[in-house]
Design a protein around this ligand. Structure first.
Ligand code: PHE
Length: 409
């Protein structure tokens, strides 16, 4: 694990909470009355210095971030991190939360579940963060979640869409829609917009997200009267997909659904074309990376994927975020940057609403979030700790993702 720490400076005004201060106190009292709070010891103030590297100022609010800053999906972690950093910088410039600045401690998990668990553990036990942020990949959030539960620390995954990440958990939340919906979005798009009847599926069996999303897509596509003519699998990191693709070609599908991550998808797209297949590929949010177009090139033209946001959305909230992100990083934010931004702001908003740094109070505030205005949509957290949000379908044209359609839940 490697560590990065960031802290913004204090001045301008942006941070905003949905509930006025008086109400926040009432909420806190209710939480205390219900006995929902953790032990009194030192919980009201930010934790003191850890033993070792993760030193912290008593006046700070600590967000502990786990991210794949390196490894095969490095753009996922980098984007998440940038989104979080921008949100925290803006909040701190507006005076922080409860008069305190937020500091983010980020550990790189190299794209590995075991490293994600180790990083979460270190953030919770040694750095004593108030909130855990991360991961992008569902398999890695699934590795972190038991640590949040065991140590009773609120965790927000910006982007993990597998239902099991939050299912049955008290301390884990997310700012994105979930895969039963995302699978249905693409099944409907394939049937109703593209008029397809016969599709093939190629899933990554080492990836909880990919397996789940493939299942949800297949189920919905069949319900809508479509036929899945071939269902093949690979393992993340494979480089030769020709035998599966030859099987698929023999079944003559009208499209191939590939719910994987961008590095594999880019290679798969090239091999699909090498084998002479001209049909479009379809996928999910795991495609979202500028690297996808570098790896897949021409082979991806005319393909479609579902995602959390489109940079073409004219909404001033979205365009304002894009402008500030571009100024900070010199690039257009992808969905992960937008979701990271929303997750950090939601955490800050929850703390502001409840007026406390007690972990149980923050958890309660997150669980009762209503109409939080994010750049990826409006977030109301349901009883399973998931927001209900629309998805967009994007079409790949000229090596970029163009808005095709919004699909409401
Ligand atoms: N939803 C993916 C997962 O759960 C992660 C992801 C989200 C990737 C958004 C890219 C964009 O694994």
């Amino acid at each position: 694990m490697t560590c990065r720490q960031r802290r913004g400076s204090l001045d301008r005004g942006v941070g905003r909470s949905a509930i006025p201060r008086g109400a926040a106190l009432l909420v806190l009292c209710a939480v205390l009355a219900l006995g929902g709070c953790e032990k009194k010891s030192g919980a009201r103030t930010a934790p003191g210095p850890g033993t070792g590297g993760g030193s912290s100022d008593a006046a700070e609010i600590l967000f502990g971030e786990v991210a794949s800053l390196t490894g095969p999906e490095a753009t996922f972690g980098q984007s998440q991190s940038r989104g979080i950093a921008l949100a925290v910088k803006e909040i701190n410039e507006a005076g922080g939360v409860l008069g305190r600045p937020i500091r983010v401690i980020t550990y790189d998990n190299q794209g590995k579940p075991t490293e994600s668990a180790a990083a979460a553990h270190r953030l919770v036990v040694r750095d004593r963060v108030h909130v855990l942020l991360g991961e992008v990949a569902s398999s890695r959030s699934l590795a972190m979640a038991p640590i949040a539960e065991e140590h009773q620390v609120p965790m927000i995954t910006p982007a993990s869409t597998n239902p099991r990440v939050t299912e049955g958990r008290k301390w884990v939340f997310r700012t994105c829609f979930i895969d039963p919906f995302q699978g249905r979005v693409m099944a409907r798009f394939a049937r109703e917009e593209l008029g397809l009847r016969r599709v093939a599926v190629l899933r990554d069996v080492r990836n909880d997200y990919s397996v789940g999303l493939a299942n949800f897509f297949v189920e919905s596509f069949r319900e809508l009267g479509g036929e899945v003519v071939s269902d093949q699998s690979y393992s993340a990191g494979d480089i030769d997909f020709r035998s599966q693709l030859t099987e698929i070609r023999a079944r003559n599908p009208e499209a191939i659904y590939v719910p994987g991550y961008y590095t594999d998808v880019g290679l798969i797209a090239r091999q699909v074309r090498e084998l002479g297949m001209k049909v479009p590929l379809m996928g999910g949010d795991g495609w979202d990376s500028s690297k996808l177009y570098e790896i897949g090139g021409e082979a991806l033209e005319g393909s479609f994927f579902s995602n959390h946001y489109s940079f073409e959305n004219p909404d001033p909230v979205v365009q304002g975020f894009i402008a500030r992100y571009r100024e900070a990083y010199g690039e257009v934010p992808d969905a992960l940057a937008a979701l990271g931004y929303d997750a950090a702001r939601l955490a800050a908003d929850a703390i502001a609403r409840v007026g406390s740094l007690e972990r149980a109070a923050i958890r309660y505030a997150l669980a009762t979030t209503r109409d939080f205005r994010g750049v990826t949509g409006t977030i109301t957290i349901d009883e399973n700790h998931n927001p209900v949000k629309p998805a967009v379908v994007l079409e790949i044209r000229n090596r970029g993702a163009t808005f095709a359609k919004t699909i409401e839940p």
